[in-house]
Design a protein around this ligand. Structure first.
Ligand code: GCW
Length: 685
């Protein structure tokens, strides 16, 4: 039975005889120049994938370039490429970019793949394999590609005991019982998946760094870290570690972790030197400090620039980076006190420090001001900072979006985020342009996302959640790719090109975020989940807690007043005209209304419906549409292998049941609070 383990790297022999003949002409000979280890990886991947597709052994050779075939090489050590493609075009190729071009040579078909770096070569090879898997011909290719973001990173939230914080697909593939695993093959397969979509960095442990993981930077554990890092290096990924800011005290025997203390600074320098002795291409540190009870510079009366710069100075001689998270807020609030607003926190903490971070520091900013809810506005820190390197943080793991039991295709959400116009430099300053570093001419930039994989046979628990990992990679490469295109690519690579299958699955994916949103927390207000594990409905689950996560529903109305005029003033963290749009009750988009405004249940939305009727309608429709996903999937029973068909069916059925629970809990709550009946008189329990 198929398990889904191969994910989108599932190669099968080409079924069309004609195309098979076409491909074989090319793969009869592949010329390449041996180079770095990544080059060898690229050639292995090519031989493996193309070997299966063409049912032939791929013939690799490094000289005697004649006849039909494929030529692969780095621009600088394959001089023939220059004659073929011209110096001009090669000269403008950015780092990690590549060209793929079909040419005819004395009437014989040839394909040339040229890259500036070994990473670029690997990406070119995976691109070529993608084309072949989606049964495209190779005789009219003229492709020039390059990544728009320099850092394309994955954050593992794995703990060494084998658990994964917010993991929904089994246990860690990296650790078990406080040790590294002994079978590395799964890690290698993970590296393949990541590299195939252009990911080039990975942090290996949870940002909440517990006792055991604090030791990852010690001589005891560094050899194992290095072994893991070498697997990723072969696929062009640099390894990062999450560190504990209190390490000098906790494991270094120092009395303090004050970032301005000379002893502390020397301690980190010494550790950085040791790390680079073990891992010459080590990426750097990822840091969660002064957040949710993690230690940080505030303990010593220092600010976050002091903390980040101290680590940056230790890494700088080795070319390492500090990635400092901006998820910093007061998590000991009193719900009675309406003055503090968690949504304001990141902006309030970090804009005063703009320009005070070292060149090798990046601030990693969650997409929204709260915490990966199904709907949030874009964090106003994007645009609020102009003199600091920034990175966007997304969550692939579905903490608040159905925990990989519900289908929720996240590229739909991410596209809205990266396309959002911050107006920071006037109209047309998108989040994508800011995080790439382009808008403000920053040296470093990029995107990171919390992984959704574990040791479940199909990696992601819900097989269709693989599309989120794939989609993240593709978007981190180029944020201009559309979510439809990504859905189509992924479906085609995973399930084959049959139109009925691709059409059905793509539409399911593309509808799924809106479906999930419609039966969960309404109109951007967020939360309403069960505390701690965050699965399933509990409208007041976070209402009277200390976390700063309130909807303020009472018998009159609901929503958080974040206006400048009468509320917390959060809206003023956005420049014009976004500020005015959110501030105004009339102009605020419906989907974010309750994030910005507290309104009576009878308030009329732009859609023409009242808030209360909107809640009822979307929850009935949402549960019905979830049921519809099951029906749509069932039409594919004869088109998909049983193993994968069943897995998905089970999850979709569970989702449909659970969506009804969401519907009922929410509708009942608001009927009781508001006393207003559903105009359609549907049953409310
Ligand atoms: O949303 C919260 C999660 C925590 C997580 C934290 C963070 C890693 O519930 O589990 O901790 O965000 O992003 O630091």
């Amino acid at each position: 039975k198929e398990s889904g383990y191969e994910a989108w790297l599932r190669y099968r022999p080409c079924e069309s005889e004609e195309l098979l003949g076409h491909y074989r002409k090319y793969f009869n000979r592949v010329w390449f120049r041996q180079g770095l280890e990544i080059m060898r990886t690229a050639m292995q991947e090519l031989s493996h994938g193309a070997g299966i597709i063409t049912r032939c052994t791929v013939r690799l050779c490094d000289e005697g370039w004649q006849g039909a075939g494929i030529a692969i090489g780095l621009i600088d050590d394959f001089s023939e490429l220059k004659d073929l493609l011209g110096n001009e075009i090669l000269g403008t190729l950015p780092e990690d970019g590549y060209l793929m071009r079909s040419i005819e040579h004395e009437g014989l078909p040839r394909l040339v793949l040229a890259a500036r770096s070994a990473n670029g070569m690997l990406y070119a090879v995976f691109h070529l394999l993608r084309l072949m898997k989606s049964v495209q011909r190779l005789d009219r290719l003229n492709i020039a590609e390059h990544p728009r973001n320099a850092l394309r990173m994955i954050n593992q939230w794995d703990n060494m005991d084998g658990s994964i914080e917010r993991g929904y697909a089994g246990r860690s593939i990296f650790y078990r019982d406080d040790e590294f695993v002994s079978d590395w093959s799964r890690i290698r397969d993970y590296a393949r998946l990541l590299a195939s979509v252009g990911i080039n960095a990975i942090s290996l442990n949870n940002v909440n760094v517990h006792e055991r993981e604090t030791l990852l930077i010690t001589d005891e554990l560094l050899p194992k870290v290095a072994q893991t890092a070498s697997i990723f290096s072969a696929y062009g990924l640099r390894t990062y570690l999450s560190i504990n800011f209190a390490s000098p005290r906790q494991i270094g025997g120092l009395p303090t972790a004050d970032p301005l203390d000379e002893g502390v600074r020397a301690w980190w320098k010494e550790r950085a030197d040791a790390i680079y002795r073990h891992i010459p291409d080590f990426g750097g540190f990822l840091v969660k400090a002064d957040s949710e009870f993690r230690p940080g510079p505030y303990t010593y009366g220092r600010n976050h620039a002091d903390g980040a710069n101290m680590l940056a100075d230790a890494l700088e001689p080795h070319g390492g980076l500090v990635i400092w998270r901006c998820f910093v807020y007061d998590c000991l609030q009193d719900w009675r006190d309406r003055k503090p607003d968690r949504a304001r926190a990141a902006y309030d903490h970090y804009t005063p420090l703009d320009g005070r971070f070292r060149e090798n520091v990046l601030l990693q900013i969650k997409n929204g001001p709260m915490d990966f809810q199904v709907r949030e506005p874009v964090s106003p820190l994007f645009g609020g900072l102009s003199k600091t390197n920034q990175m966007l943080e997304l969550q692939i793991t579905q903490e608040y979006t159905g925990q990989q039991k519900h289908l929720c295709y996240l590229p739909s959400q991410w596209k809205e985020i990266v396309d959002f116009d911050t107006f920071a430099l006037g109209e047309g300053t998108s989040v994508a342009q800011i995080v790439s570093g382009k808008a403000f001419g920053r040296r470093h930039g990029g995107v990171a996302a919390v992984s959704n994989i574990g040791d479940d046979q199909n990696w992601t628990g819900h097989l269709l959640a693989q599309a989120n990992l794939y989609g993240y990679g593709r978007l981190s490469w180029n944020m201009e790719i559309g979510e439809e295109e990504i859905a189509w690519e992924w479906t085609c690579l995973t399930f084959g090109k049959k139109e009925k299958v691709t059409d059905t699955i793509c539409c399911m994916l593309l509808d799924s975020w809106s479906i999930y949103e419609s039966y969960t927390a309404p109109l951007g207000v967020g939360w309403m989940v069960q505390p701690n594990h965050h699965y399933g409905p509990s409208v007041d689950g976070y209402e009277y807690s200390k976390w700063g996560t309130y909807h303020f529903a009472d018998c009159h109305g609901i929503g958080v007043n974040r206006t400048l005029l009468t509320g917390t003033g959060y809206s003023a963290q956005y420049p014009s005209p976004q500020f005015e749009r959110y501030e105004s009750l009339q102009d605020c988009p419906d989907e974010l209304l309750l994030f910005f405004h507290h309104v009576p249940y009878t308030h009329r939305l732009q859609s023409g419906k009242t808030v209360i009727q909107h809640i009822y309608d979307t929850h009935y429709e949402g549960a019905e549409r979830a049921e519809g996903l099951v029906e749509r999937w069932k039409t594919l029973e004869d088109d998909i292998d049983e193993g994968r068909y069943r897995q998905v069916l089970d999850r979709l059925q569970e989702q449909a049941e659970h969506a009804k629970e969401w519907r009922d809990v929410i509708n009942t709550y608001f009927l009781r609070k508001s006393g207003i009946q559903d105009i359609h008189k549907r049953p409310i329990y």
